[in-house]
Design a protein around this ligand. Sequence first.
Ligand code: SF4
Ligand code: MG
Length: 321
Amino acid sequence: RGIKKYFPIHKGLLSRVVGQVKAVDDVSLAIHQGETFGLVGESGCGKSTLGRVILRLQGATEGEVVYQGQDIHSLRGPKLRKLREEMQIIFQDPFGSLNPRFLVKDIIGEPLRVHRNLSPKQVDARVVELMELVGLDASRRNRYPHEFSGGQRQRIGIARAIALNPKFIVADEAVSALDVSVQSQVINLLMKLQRELGLTFLFIAHGLNVVRHISDRVGVMYLGKLVEVGETETLFASPLHPYTAALLSAIPKPVPGRKQERIVLQGDVPSPANPPSGCRFHTRCPFAQELCSKVEPQLVEAVPGRQVACHFPLQPGAMLS
Ligand code: SF4
Ligand code: MG
């Protein structure tokens, strides 16, 4: 609720603070138990920072993260320890996030050794179970990460993330570094684990096509703000925010006999240290009017279950022609 995460910009020998990057700027959203919430936006829009604040890997400048009725940033001691077990992250880079000098069994078994009072034999049995659960050959547990393919390494990261029976997982660009065919295998694995283990996911990606299959609902971020939220299929069929429509235009969608209206984005993403006035998207929006540079649009419910932050949202169905 009302999450802000600002980073100071330092300059010079004395490290004077000369400004701040508003990486996340007043974002409120709800993630329901058992769902996958897809969070998309171009790089630098604040989605990873928001994911890290939600996991309390980073503090918030303002706002609160409520998990099962408690503000997680106020938790201490055993309650914080339990939260650390229940909330896990799967990282973007299956190459960089696994320690190359550790055997796979030690990588997957590490959270068990830290958080559980298990004998080496019990840890080994659980590692075998976890590797089988994520579709890896457990007889290879005495090998090093570099002996596995990119997709297999991502499975190792997933096995480690589910080792402590978490309830909530942030997958931050978890499949972005993988080939398209391997991406869909890993997405199918995550969906299987969700069904079998009752997980809730925040699934972060820069492209909408990646989140479509796995997400129940999708949120779109632009320059630290949430600009649209909706159920996946309705959002794809009929985006209301021009930025969502532009992201969708980038997805090739060959429909015979139909013309797709393409919205092409002009220019680069402005700096989050100095975001445009009013609607932050107005410098690139093909529908911008005078009001847009002056007044910031709030995220409001446009139709039931659908939120949009735009003074002149697209008409439902506008993209279907
Ligand atoms: Fe475009 Fe204006 Fe809507 Fe912003 S508020 S997205 S500039 S039409
Ligand atoms: Mg990121």
